[in-house]
Design a protein around this ligand. Structure first.
Ligand code: AMP
Length: 201
């Protein structure tokens, strides 16, 4: 979606995983909570998001992935955007039944070498990345028990954001996220085309 919009994708999960790979103090600090499927603290997240927004690549717009996840983060984002003179063009919620989410997440495989993401539905039991031949692994937090914990955390801490954004200025677009990737992609494009007439930044 970010590539099609020609803007960077700012994934807080990727930023945290990168900090862990690099062995920074931040990486060590968030390790335990991430592996348990819990959220890391709002302060940490707001700090890395504020820093990511300073990157020149983000000057022409951006897509957030995995952020905001709490009401405190949503408030923090609103403040950040106001300070920067930016606004949200669209807020999308991809709606997928829990059973399907668990099947998707526990079948996800990530390439150690290039970070490519693939799925057992496409590659079966293969252990090598179809893109580059690198070794594929299952994220610790993609283990079925941890996925169930992540869904519970979502219900408690993130779901209230649906109401928050539905009542907000930008509004909330709920997209049916079930079905094949190209079908869901088409639904997202259609929703964004509707929002694009209002896009200014
Ligand atoms: P993700 O790749 O977005 O599923 O994120 C993986 C893990 O990183 C989450 O389960 C959390 O532990 C942590 N994380 C990522 N984004 C956030 C966020 N916005 N707020 C709190 N924790 C986060």
């Amino acid at each position: 979606m970010a590539a099609r919009q020609g803007v960077p994708r700012l994934s807080t999960g990727d930023m945290l995983r990168e900090a862990r790979r690099a062995g920074t103090r931040l990486g060590r600090k968030v390790q335990r909570r991430m592996d348990a499927g819990e959220l890391v603290s709002d302060d940490v997240i707001m700090e890395i998001v504020a820093e990511a927004l300073e990157a020149p690549a983000a000057a022409g717009g951006f897509v957030f992935d995995g952020f905001p996840r709490t009401l405190a983060q949503a408030d923090g984002l609103a403040e950040l955007l106001e300070t920067r003179g930016n606004h949200l063009d669209a807020v999308l919620s991809l709606d997928v039944p829990d059973d399907e989410l668990i099947a998707r997440i526990s079948g996800r495989r990530v390439c150690e070498a290039g970070g490519h993401v693939t799925h057992t539905r496409a590659i079966g039991d293969a252990t090598r990345c179809p893109e580059c031949g690198g070794t594929l692994f299952l994220r610790t937090d993609d283990e079925p028990d941890t996925v169930r914990r992540r869904l519970a955390v979502y219900r408690e801490q993130t779901e209230p954001l649906l109401d928050y954004y539905a009542r907000g200025e930008t509004g909330l677009t709920v997209i049916d996220g079930s079905g094949a990737p190209d079908v869901v992609t088409a639904r997202i494009d259609e929703a964004l085309a509707g929002a694009s007439s209002e896009m200014a930044t």
